[in-house]
Design a protein around this ligand. Structure first.
Ligand code: SF4
Length: 218
């Protein structure tokens, strides 16, 4: 199977079976989405959704968060992974939003990445969800599923290289959605330790199955 055929099959399957994938983070405005994505690094969305209602109630705007302190923010996120660093980053992010961006989220990925706690992946997630920018954020799920399916080559051994190969092959209008397709597939079907290949609708196009490299019973 050629790479083009694989992409065609995979994208068509997702379009038909997962037509409107959504982030599983709970948020009601851009500021809340950014806070949630920062908190979700090395942490599950479910755990983030447990702490954010009280956090957003205490700090409903960037200005309120900037008026607080890392220690005050820490109190609300201590059950999250790396709470000290994330509290400092949230405080720094809110302060920069207020001081440099009129308390609004910037639209460009470059400006988003200037905010404390916002790397390339976080900036891509936020920009693709909020502004439908044609980028694919590569987290651990996207990386694993893209490699197992054979959407990217073995040379794509970093998130940045994986993103570049995916973006080369997925049309701009489908990139923001493709991020969610691959994340959800990795979270619920093509899981790290025990992929549910028997329940997977993509076996026909999956390079790992084609090569007989993975035969895990579901
Ligand atoms: S067939 Fe198995 S390895 Fe391939 S994408 Fe599906 S779950 Fe993952």
């Amino acid at each position: 199977m050629t790479t083009a055929q694989r992409y065609k099959g995979v994208v068509a399957w997702f379009k038909k079976n997962v037509p409107a994938p959504q982030s599983e983070l709970h948020y009601t405005n851009p500021y809340q989405l950014l806070v949630s994505v920062i908190l979700s690094a090395q942490c599950t969305d479910k755990r983030v959704n447990v702490v954010t209602p009280a956090l957003f109630a205490a700090f409903p705007t960037p200005a309120k968060m900037a008026d607080a302190s890392p220690a005050a923010i820490f109190e609300y996120i201590q059950s999250i992974s790396y709470p000290n660093n994330k509290a400092k980053n949230l405080y720094g992010m809110a302060t920069m939003l207020v001081n440099e961006f009129d308390a609004q989220l910037p639209h460009s990925i470059e400006d988003l990445q200037r905010l404390p706690g916002v790397g390339q992946k976080t900036a891509n997630v936020v920009a693709s969800i909020l502004y439908n920018q044609p980028v694919i954020a590569v987290d651990t799920h996207v990386f694993r599923v893209a490699h197992r399916l054979g959407l990217v080559t073995k040379a794509a051994n970093t998130p940045t290289k994986t993103e570049a190969e995916l973006e080369k092959n997925i049309a701009p209008e489908w990139r923001a959605v493709a991020h969610h397709w691959l994340i959800l597939h990795g979270r619920y079907i093509c899981t790290a330790r025990k992929p549910l290949c028997k329940q997977c609708g993509l076996t026909k196009w999956c390079k790992t199955m084609e090569n007989g490299e993975l035969r895990i019973e579901s």
